[in-house]
Design a protein around this ligand. Structure first.
Ligand code: GAF
Length: 392
């Protein structure tokens, strides 16, 4: 189990690195967390509901304004630096990690922010490629840094939306709004119920000291995600058109039965996942608010089954992790578990009794490695705060 580096420790090390890289200390800093989704998967682009929380893993950006219009970007995680000129239109390019930053800067400028040139260093404790939204954290962190550099605050919804557009236009990923919303608006001790049609959010308290969130990274990433994600999105939109509704948010199981008489039809199963997942997500928000962990856990398991069988975005390794987790339910150590995020690899999320987290983590890691030969990465987190400016 890996422990979280505190923001103070992360900041101290990154300030040193910044000073070495650019010759002078940073003057501005911003931080944005990764996220884990508790329930509500592939519902955001169907105008539905999601229930994510920010995690205690974050991207920190340090900066110092320059006298010219240049932006120099460095990262502690990769050797390639990037350079931009604010007097020229920003476009995707190399190194590709900087595209999230380019896109967020472009979005901020479009919304009227007037950043100076600056040097910046990016440092991340969000595992990359694990489906914990390091890219959304980098976009939202960049926008937050620009708020600090310009003294021009953004409305949080507008900030999340410009970051989503950055992901679409600069990274080519047709994502929904969930990841950018939770990174921008997360709150310690709370999950966030997001209505992805109205953009209304409701903070759902989650501060039982006896329960923690265990994240297990399967350490597999099936390289299908971009294409498969866009395909699922297209299938959902086609099913909504067939049922004559604006989005699957508006469809019911009765409409589905009428439109698709054959339940083995792929379109039927894709739509059934979204319709039932929306209902589960609303029920989960109530269960969480009531501290009903057993009910919440049951909904998570049903969500996983639906993603595995109807939406077909799980994989063998994630199914193994969830199956192993279910073995600790009867003893009362674990409440529920499911794959989380876009799918085809990445992480599972489980709700675990705090005093059993260590034992459950060891059990999962040992059994998973025994069965698959793959060493997983695990950590425990509680719901964390969203993006904010950091005082240096
Ligand atoms: C990815 C996307 F970026 C989100 O918008 C969401 O659709 C998620 O997959 C699936 O729920 O993280």
């Amino acid at each position: 189990m890996t422990d979280a580096v505190t923001l103070e420790q992360q900041t101290a090390a990154a300030v040193d690195q910044f000073t070495q890289t650019f010759g002078q200390p940073p003057t501005h800093a911003a931080v944005a967390p990764g996220r884990v989704n508790l329930i509500g998967e592939h519902t955001d682009y169907n105008d539905g509901f999601v229930l994510p929380m920010a995690i205690e893993r974050q991207i920190l950006l340090l900066a110092r304004p320059r006298d010219d219009r240049k932006v120099r970007l460095a990262s502690t995680g990769v050797p390639e630096q990037a350079e931009l000129n604010l007097d020229q239109p920003l476009a995707p390019g190399e190194p590709s990690w900087a595209n999230y930053v380019r896109g967020a800067i472009a979005g901020c400028i479009e919304r009227g922010l007037t950043p100076p040139g600056f040097d910046a260093l990016v440092d991340s404790t969000v595992p990359t490629g694990g489906g914990l939204s390091s890219s959304a954290a980098l976009e939202v962190g960049t926008a937050t840094l620009l708020e600090s550099l310009t003294g021009q605050p953004l409305d949080p919804v507008q900030k999340a939306l410009l970051c989503q557009k950055a992901e679409h236009d600069f990274a080519g990923m047709p994502c929904g709004i969930m990841d950018q919303f939770i990174s921008a608006m997360g709150m310690a001790d709370h999950a966030l119920l997001i209505d992805c049609r109205s953009y209304e959010t409701r903070r759902v308290p989650m501060h039982d000291p006896d329960v923690v969130v265990l994240i297990v990274n399967s350490n597999v990433k099936h390289e299908l995600v971009g294409g498969e994600y866009a395909q699922r999105r297209a299938q959902c939109e086609a099913a909504a058109r067939t049922m004559n509704v604006p989005a699957l948010r508006d469809a019911t199981l009765d409409m589905l039965d009428e439109a698709y008489p054959d339940p083995s039809d792929v379109a039927f199963r894709r739509a059934r996942h979204v319709i039932t997942e929306n209902a589960r997500t609303l029920a989960a928000a109530e269960a969480l608010a009531a501290g009903d962990w057993a009910a919440m856990g049951q909904l998570m398991l049903e969500s996983h089954t639906s993603m595995r069988d109807d939406f077909e975005i799980s994989c063998k390794e994630l199914d193994i992790l969830v199956e192993l987790a279910t073995r600790r339910i009867a003893s009362g150590e674990l409440y529920g578990s499911r794959m989380t995020g876009g799918g085809f690899g990445g992480c599972t999320v489980s709700l675990v009794r705090a005093d059993a987290a260590d034992a459950v983590g060891k059990f999962l890691a040992h059994q998973y490695e025994h069965i698959t030969g793959i060493h997983p990465a695990l950590f425990v987190t509680r719901p964390a705060a969203g993006a904010r400016v950091v005082e240096l």
